[in-house]
Design a binder for this molecule. Sequence first.
Ligand SMILES: CC(=O)SCCNC(=O)CCNC(=O)[C@H](O)C(C)(C)COP(=O)(O)OP(=O)(O)OC[C@H]1O[C@@H](n2cnc3c(N)ncnc32)[C@H](O)[C@@H]1OP(=O)(O)O
Ligand SMILES: CC(C)C(=O)C(=O)O
Ligand SMILES: [Mg+2]
Length: 516
Amino acid sequence: MRKIYIFDTTLRDGEQSPGVNLNTQEKVEIALQLEKLGVDRIEAGFPAASPGDLAAVNAVARAVKNASVMGLARSVEKDIDAVAEALKGAQDPAIHIFLATSPIHRQHKLRMSKEQVLETAQKAIRYAKKHFSRVEFSAEDAGRTELDFLCEVTTLAVREGVSVVNIPDTVGYMNPAEFGNIFKTLKENVAGIENIQLSAHCHDDLGMATANSLAAILNGADQVEGTINGIGERAGNTALEEVALALATRADYFQATTSLNLKEIARTSRLVSKLTGMVVPGNKAIVGANAFAHESGIHQDGMLKEKTTYEIISPDTIGLRDSKLVLGKHSGRHAFREKLVDLGYEQLTEEQVNAAFGKFKDVADRKKNVSDEDIRALLEEKMIETPEVFAIEQLVVSFDTHATPKASITLKTPKGIVKTTEEGNGSVDAIYHAIDKLTGETVELDDYTIKSVTDGTDALGEVHVVLKQGDSSAHGRGVSTDILEASARAYVDALNRLVDKRNGPTRSRRDNVTLI
Ligand SMILES: CC(=O)SCCNC(=O)CCNC(=O)[C@H](O)C(C)(C)COP(=O)(O)OP(=O)(O)OC[C@H]1O[C@@H](n2cnc3c(N)ncnc32)[C@H](O)[C@@H]1OP(=O)(O)O
Ligand SMILES: CC(C)C(=O)C(=O)O
Ligand SMILES: [Mg+2]
């Protein structure tokens, strides 16, 4: 297996993400985690950018012991001096200098001819070599540089004794075939290329950074540059975790490996996200919250039978505990039953599971994710099987800050389906008036409590009421994503229990199940 060197630029190119600004302490914290992850090279910043960045790079240089710490410089002496200053005290320092080589950059930005570019690069490399034994040279915008000129620049850099020539696709313009061909061409045409390392530095403007980096590896690149979570200028850089996992998962194809301790990937990703404030999208490869989550019934069934049906990477490879089976409206009975067993409801009959599953699908239609608490709440309600003397068929509530709240209820009663509309001091009061009228029961509301059983605005609300009727009282509970519906259900549940009590010994089947 060929070793691919990992050059992490989270603290430099990653910090170039709009809105990201890491202080010294944060840079050191990330650098130490990158060291644990096992990256070979850490580009800690751009020391000429500001005294603060110079100090931060210096702090990183002094803290890190097991990776080479590097700083970036333009091909100008004062930038190189700043890197030399910043890397004082580093165990294994190296400099990264760059100069754009593409016609667009030469003409419009640098305003240099090809000859001036070659001359400037040569002078800068020579100057850098006075301070550093290891110099990396980058031909900025290499992707849009004429191939013969890129060969010329690389030949010069090799001749001047750099250790690494980096080929950046600065604007993410390349596709894998083209980018791979650059490496093949350099390998075949640059004298002495075998004495240096070739590096790939890709950006993700067209979503091809990882693919381009892998194409570079297949065509001879020794090093890949990138960032954790793919953060960076504009659409970001190559996500290093993607390259590392592609190499590890498809070692059969790439025949290459890295020195990364893959188990540190999840932790590193979380830290970088926390300190940069760059939220990792849920569907992000490898480190997104959904990367090891399965929602649909067919996939969950496959996962329960054999994980490799739907997972090419085991979550524990990157330091996560387990895959997640997320219950939602696409889930099926296999996953639902598994969840019930997990939650301690293994004694339920097939009939009870089916009834609970139907209820679960109702909630899932209204809620993005159905949590463990939601399921517990649903089951507890389902399993207390008091005979349903009264049942809500429909509830319509009208609320207006300038009018009296009204509730229209359609109720199933022993006399048939009945309907009424009543007003109240609030929406719940109107609902309870309407239910009183339809049931003909005279009760007193002794207690009413409401709580959210799960998180978020689409959480399940749980309402508890206590109704008194003469000497008798009964507790009722209702659960719904809508608190008015939960209130109505709790009230009707309590009424049913009162009637059940009045009718003598319970006819409910609640003894079959254990309530938690
Ligand atoms: C592709 C990349 O990611 S490159 C790295 C990008 N990162 C950064 O730019 C972050 C740090 N940069 C900074 O803090 C500032 O830009 C500084 C301190 C480097 C320079 O600031 P200023 O002196 O104010 O110059 P400014 O940024 O406005 O312009 C850049 C100048 O550098 C020149 N330049 C750009 N790249 C290079 C290079 N590799 N070598 C030499 N000169 C360069 C530009 O042509 C321009 O020169 P000009 O002033 O003669 O027109
Ligand atoms: C400085 C260079 C390597 C860079 O970040 C780029 O070209 O994208
Ligand atoms: Mg870059």
